[in-house]
Design a protein around this ligand. Structure first.
Ligand code: GLN
Length: 494
């Protein structure tokens, strides 16, 4: 039989309906890959093999009786940030030790309602803070890609590093992920996978462990543009439990795939050209521009003058919200408790031991920028900058731009421990220079694999869209995917 783990979701959906194989066979194939690869790649923090088998059997029954949902029998991995009932949910932090929620996030509920099968929980940066998946309490995730002729371990990006690695190494068909400043798109770019952060409000945040609530959005990482469209359709919904979720019908995203981009206006912002950016990133961008022109799109230069303020403003807004959200971890309600002589000492001991270095740094920065005397100078100013960033985008849309094309990241994947957070956190933060603008403006953004660098590592291009216009991103993204081809790492890990 062919290797079932090589299939796309779209192909498996057809194969399951045709009874070419069962969901149980498909699920067993992925469990086999996880067992063979997880020691080397560390993508999963918990594998729910028995649950997966039970869900697959239930899917097979539904497939047999003709009641199949849109994702019936498709095995997925779930980022550890999503609450999954009675299953490990720790945001890969020590402070949530042993936490198994008695409830299910809305996004995962939607997936199970459509018939998807859960393989387990995926590794990530602690509380989704990071760009390399090195802040996880469970250790770093390793990128399945290596430089040609090298056996150095590379990072998969972060914070959804487990999701990206699991998809790239075929340890699941697709994965859930979240993106506060780039955590879907940057790991997708580092692993040759597709990742989309939808518009703020498109997916419910209910049951997703909160990092920075005005920026957090869930979205999928998948092997192809079509697969990410299929997954987002199931993940997205309005939800009375998240008042920031929006009551706009979820379109059939797949219908956008294959549609011509003739006549679409694609904006190119010169401000996404950074000093010291490798020439290959610029070349990739030019290649992308040419592909879209060849497909009939009109390419125009646009100005985004506030781009350079996005990263500093993000590193005020996101830590401010994080310091408030993370106040709830006090040793009383969830997870870890480290005793002390009184309740205050118990709080202190628990938080001192439970949070990692980077999380503590964010709490300190956030508390500082919100404190009396500094609030106006930092937090309020950052909020004003946020409005200006959004205005840059509004202007582009008003001028008839349909989507914006930029590089996804300023470099390819780097080595584990090469950008040590403790020595120079800003260097790590710069990984998100092209992605944070999108979160600050609440817009959808997709990263599509577009080529390999001189070392043979994948690079991604980012498309940014109008609010709730994910369809155009899938439409244009497919043109890039068709032109660039798909990229698979060479298997060295089992
Ligand atoms: N790398 C960014 C940060 O550390 C973004 C993380 C994310 O999108 N969750 O804050």
């Amino acid at each position: 039989m062919t290797d079932l783990t090589k299939l796309t979701i779209a192909e498996a959906r057809d194969g399951l309906k045709n009874k070419d194989y069962t969901s149980l066979e498909l699920t067993e194939a992925f469990i086999g890959n996880i067992e063979a690869a997880n020691k080397a790649l560390n993508a999963y923090v918990t594998v729910t093999a028995d649950k997966a088998r039970d869900m697959a059997k239930a899917s097979d029954a539904k497939l047999a009786s003709g009641e199949a949902g849109a994702l019936e029998g498709i095995p997925l991995g779930i980022k550890d940030l999503f609450a999954t009932r009675d299953v490990h949910t720790q945001a890969c932090s020590h402070i949530l030790d042993g936490f198994k929620p008695p409830y299910e996030s809305t996004v995962t509920s939607n997936l199970w309602a459509d018939g998807a099968v859960m393989l387990g929980k995926l590794n990530m940066d602690e509380f989704a803070m990071g760009s390399s998946n090195e802040t996880s309490y469970y250790g770093p995730v390793i990128n399945p890609w290596r430089k040609q002729g090298s056996n150095q371990d590379l990072v998969p990006g972060g914070s959804s590093g487990g999701s990206a690695t699991a998809v790239a190494a075929r340890m699941c068909m697709g994965a859930t992920a979240t993106d506060t400043g780039g955590s879907i798109r940057q790991p997708a770019a580092f692993t040759g996978t597709v990742g989309i952060k939808p518009t703020y409000g498109r997916c419910s945040r209910w049951g997703v462990v909160a990092f920075a609530s005005s920026l957090d959005q869930a979205g999928p990482i998948a092997q192809t543009v079509r697969d990410s469209a299929i997954l987002l359709k199931s993940m997205a919904s309005v939800d009375p439990k998240d008042t920031t979720s929006v009551d706009i019908e979820v379109p059939d995203y797949e219908a956008a795939i294959g549609k011509s981009v003739k006549g679409l206006k694609i904006g190119i912002p010169a401000e996404y050209r950074m000093d010291g950016m490798p020439a290959e990133i610029e070349e990739l961008w030019q290649k992308g521009i040419q592909w879209l022109k060849d497909a009939g799109a009109e390419v125009v230069d646009i100005a985004m003058p506030h781009t350079k303020y996005a990263l500093p403003a993000y590193y005020i807004v996101a830590p401010a919200e994080a310091s408030s959200n993370l106040a709830r971890y006090d040793g009383v309600r969830y997870g870890l408790r480290v005793p002390g002589k009184d309740i205050v000492e118990m709080y202190e001991n628990t938080r001192a031991e439970g949070f990692g270095e980077e999380v503590k740094r964010r709490i300190l920065i956030g508390t500082y920028v919100l404190s009396a005397g500094y609030y106006d100078a930092y937090y309020l100013k950052a909020q004003k900058v946020r409005t200006l960033i959004k205005r840059d985008f509004d202007l582009a849309w008003q001028n008839g731009v349909d989507a914006i094309l930029t590089p996804a990241t300023p470099s390819a994947a780097f080595g584990v421990a090469d950008q040590a957070l403790h020595s120079d956190p800003v260097k790590m933060y710069l990984n998100d220079i092209f992605t944070v603008t999108v979160n600050m403006a609440g817009l959808p953004g997709i990263s599509v694999p577009a080529g390999l660098d001189k070392d043979g590592l994948p690079l991604g291009l980012q498309l940014i869209g109008k609010p709730f216009d994910e369809s155009t991103l899938f439409q244009v993204g497919q043109v890039i995917e068709d032109a660039a081809g798909s990229f698979q790492p060479e298997k060295w890990w089992s």
